[in-house]
Design a protein around this ligand. Structure first.
Ligand SMILES: *Cc1c(COP(=O)(O)O)cnc(C)c1O
Ligand code: SF4
Length: 376
């Protein structure tokens, strides 16, 4: 396959190749209704009900490009699970939290979360090309009433200018690439112009859901601010389409440093071999796996959650079997705003004084002699 165009669903039969590769066309032709989506999937009765009931809570939108990746006759398809509502969204659980990471509680000004000493999250848009069903910011994303206004963004910039501890600004959303090139370019330039800001990051899922968005014009804006650390969000190897590869390649050409934040999701990527395939493909594209994120305790996404042991099993499988560059950190973002912590498989088997026994990735054991701490 050269392009998802070659496998496009029948309702897009009359689209030209030029239209398909135009991100405005992709945005305008997003599938949003049951009837639209009937051309891509056979709905189960449960899914139909979930669609009707969840529409109010969290919008449904799927780009033609991303819809093409859905295997229509498989109700458990990993792309379908990420894009279409499931009954689990409507099953509230006691422990679920509206704002699981207390992002709103740690906002010195609207649209900026300042939790760690040196870095901030700066939300510049609440829209995305595809609304991921597992989104941890469902409370805001897709809601037109809470969209970041120009004055709010200006206020965020002002906070960054006045706060010298902020050395690292992560521009996020929603998806910042829903803004125009000019608008985004201006924000990047404004942040970069702040003397104490050393690192500029951009979080976007466009390379996955709308890779056509990575145009040469956009790349000019990114290049002007280079190096921009771009963290994207591939969850499954099938998402690395030819379009996605070209998008990543263009970002590399613009001097971006690429990382991937995978969210660990039941029925999508909760098995070691799938993650291995994904990470191999990412490295091939010049994108380093950065995080595997444990799925948060957000409302309506509990059906996506896996036990913590699953993430550890995946980490244990990766280490030793792929380059260290392909082994991300497995992190839990603690509820209530505790921040991210890393979980690591246990490699230390025994310790007797300075004699330590480790196991390696094959389960073989090896002895290591530690040295006493000089202060003891
Ligand atoms: C994740 C996160 C960051 C960025 O953290 P890194 O671990 O440096 O990628 C910054 N601020 C908040 C509030 C976050 O949740
Ligand atoms: S792209 Fe990110 S912010 Fe947008 S819906 Fe998906 S997970 Fe949420």
């Amino acid at each position: 396959m050269e392009s998802t165009y070659d496998a496009r669903p029948s309702i897009f039969e009359s689209a030209s190749r030029e239209e398909w590769s135009d991100w405005h066309w992709q945005q305008r032709h997003r599938l949003r209704t049951l009837e639209d989506l009937e051309s891509v999937v056979e709905w189960t009765d449960e899914e139909r009900r979930a669609f009707e009931a969840s529409r109010e809570e969290f919008r449904v939108a799927v780009t033609p490009h991303y819809a093409t990746l859905i295997e229509s006759d498989d109700p458990d398809d990993p792309i379908r699970r990420q894009a279409l509502p499931a009954p689990g969204e409507l099953d509230p659980r006691d422990f679920e939290l509206e704002d699981p990471l207390a992002e709103d509680a740690h906002m010195p000004v609207p649209g900026v979360t300042h939790r760690y000493p040196d870095r901030v999250l700066f939300y510049v848009s609440h829209n995305c090309p595809v609304y991921c069903r597992h989104c941890t910011r469902k409370r805001k994303v897709s809601d037109p009433e809470t969209a970041a206004s120009r004055s709010q963004i200006e206020q965020g910039l002002e906070y960054i200018r006045e706060t010298p501890e902020v050395r690292d600004v992560l521009i996020s959303g929603g998806d910042p690439l829903t803004l125009s090139d000019e608008r985004l370019g201006t924000i990047l330039a404004d942040v970069q112009a702040v003397d104490h800001v050393e690192v500029l990051r951009l979080g976007t899922r466009n390379p996955v859901t709308l890779p056509q968005r990575i145009t040469t014009d956009l790349c000019e804006q990114l290049e002007a601010a280079r190096p921009v650390y771009v963290n994207t969000h591939f969850n499954h190897p099938r998402e690395i389409t030819p379009e996605a590869e070209r998008a990543l390649d263009r970002l590399l050409d613009a001097g971006c440093v690429l990382g991937n934040q995978m969210v660990l999701l039941k029925g999508v990527n909760d098995d070691p071999e799938t993650v291995m395939q994904l990470n191999r493909r990412l490295l091939e594209c010049g994108c380093r796996p950065y995080y595997i994120l444990q799925c948060d305790m957000a409302e309506g996404i509990t059906h996506f959650r896996t036990a913590l042991s699953k993430g550890l099993e995946i980490m244990d499988h990766l280490r030793g079997r792929i380059a260290g560059m392909g082994v991300p950190d497995f992190v839990v973002d603690l509820p209530g705003g505790g921040g991210k912590i890393e979980l690591v498989p246990e490699y230390l088997e025994e310790r007797h004084g300075e004699r330590v026994v480790f196991r390696n990735y094959k389960g073989e054991t090896f002895e290591f002699t530690d040295v006493a701490d000089a202060d003891d």
